[in-house]
Ligand binder design. Sequence first.
Ligand code: AVI
Length: 319
Amino acid sequence: VLAHAASDFFERASPAPSPEQAELRDGLLDDPAHIDPKYLYDALGSSLFTAITLLPEYYPTRCEAEIFLRHGQDIARHVGPVQSMIDLGAGDCVKAERLFARLRPTHYIPIDISADYLQTAVERLRLSYPELNVTPVGQDFSQVLALPAGVPEAQRLFFYPGSSIGNLSPEDAHAMLQRIRAQCEGGGLLLGVDRVKPKQVLEPAYDDALHLTAAFNLNLLRHVNTVLDADFDVADWRHVAHFNSARSRVEMHLEALRAVRVCWPGGEREFRAGERIHTENSYKFTPQAFSDLLQSAGFHDIAHWSDSRGWFSVFSARA
Ligand code: AVI
């Protein structure tokens, strides 16, 4: 009875960590420390990202919109008929909505890690497009890509805009493209990709004069405090972003301004002044490198269009 009572006590005192808590703890104890970029997107983080897309320095969103505006007809011709449009990381669903008139899907399946954010957008869409069959899915599709029952198998188009694929490691991007391909045999993929360019353009896009990207990065620590019950103080950290040209990626880090000890239930980590936590990679591609990646994941009939400055590309490929 005593042994039972004791184990009961310890279970209540330190319950087993959730998978998210275990992932965060392991990343913080690693050398160098890292935190998965998905923790950038709590409610405030998602709003900050929307604000970032309006910054003069953050060109990708405007470049992609320009491509759809200038080349929409060609793109729609290459994509062909669409029954179901599956929107990966749909957010406010605005990017897909702009393509409805051209692609004319009958089913729209927006998938996003933040189900709450999606719900508001879906209510709006149902009012504006009463004919469209809308099935929202709250899912972290970086791990599994499970479509709800009832999504027609023919003429599926996966839509993955914004160069979100660039936030995955090359291995994870390849695996993700393979998972997508397996789900749209006979259909296709339409996605946005940010291109390699001088660091004088890349770095301000990730370190803007209004410090919105700094707030976006620092806010991740508050999200971690909530999930892990940790005691990060954002005032102890500063945002750092730089282009790592050898690895063709912009990296975001948080750098300790002074020696800091961070504690959470069952653990702690000390950081020296100047020590960093790696929080995001944003890979930049040449059109050739991205075509090769699509081909190696099994896609064919690959086409791409660019904005007038050649800063961003939209790819269409068949599965
Ligand atoms: C969502 N993702 C494509 C953005 C990017 O450009 O890598 C996230 C971001 N990070 C800092 N600014 C924007």
